[in-house]
Design a binder for this molecule. Structure first.
Ligand SMILES: NC(=O)CC[C@H](N)C(=O)O
Length: 236
């Protein structure tokens, strides 16, 4: 393997087919870790090939998948997910899931990557969108809650890991009282439905929109815990 120069910037792509990709680009560019980060917008397989990691933004997962297919990106994205870190936010979280409920008629193209079943629009339509303070014990300044912005957000229905899969780590969960009646059940404390930020191996998933706040601690977490560990030495 040819090791990139230790001072080479880490190229992180933002899938820029549809949705809130500019906000992710702004948030990542504000991160000051020990490595330089170059953020590029990805619309082609050639641009994807330049990336060490990828963020799939919020938007409409069916539209993003359709545009990915039309632009010849769907298969390159599926291959990328097999070896490099990907963070999916909201619609991106749906695309990163192995299974989806509430998909559009005729089914929904997914990339896989995180072994969960997720429900599109789990809280309902736009009018059920909400904000919630999240506990973030693994982020910088853990005593400071993170404002989660949930816009027609998906809900994690189940963790479907097999013995061969990396374990799923819950990074942040929602207080059960935010769950809609339709999703509540007796044993809420360990319900996957309260899990709103998950990590599995190098992949990361948030069902809300960190990029719509001025708080880039989730962006820092993704780079520190998913991107840097995926790089060949001495870049780590
Ligand atoms: N804010 C969002 O990304 C919404 C996701 C959208 N409801 C979907 O199903 O893809």
């Amino acid at each position: 393997m040819i090791h990139p120069h230790p001072d080479a910037a880490i190229v992180i792509g933002i899938l820029a087919l549809q949705g809130a990709f500019i906000e992710h680009q702004d948030a990542l560019q504000k991160i000051s870790l020990q490595k330089k980060i170059e953020v590029i917008q990805v619309r082609t397989a050639e641009e994807l090939a330049k990336c060490a990691a990828l963020v799939i933004p919020g938007g409409e997962s069916t539209t993003i998948a359709l545009l990915a297919r039309l632009s010849g990106l769907l298969e390159p994205l599926r291959q990328f997910v097999k070896t490099k870190p990907v963070w999916g936010t909201c619609a991106g979280a749906i695309l990163l899931s192995k299974n989806v409920e509430g998909a559009k008629k005729g089914g929904q193209e997914l990339l896989g990557g995180i072994s969960i079943t997720i429900a599109r629009n789990g809280w309902g339509s736009q009018v059920e969108s909400f904000e919630a303070d999240l506990d973030v014990p693994l982020l910088r300044d853990p005593e400071r809650p993170f404002t989660g912005i949930f816009i027609r957000a998906p809900v994690v229905l189940s963790l479907d890991t097999t013995p061969e899969d990396p374990p799923i780590k819950v990074i942040s969960r929602l207080s059960p009282h935010y769950l809609p009646e339709s999703l509540t059940s007796s044993n809420l404390t360990h319900e996957p439905k309260t899990f709103v930020a998950l990590q599995q191996g190098l992949h990361f998933l948030t069902t809300f929109h960190p990029e719509l706040t001025q708080d880039n601690r989730f962006h820092e977490y993704f780079v520190r815990e998913c991107v840097l560990p995926s790089l060949p030495p001495p870049l780590q």
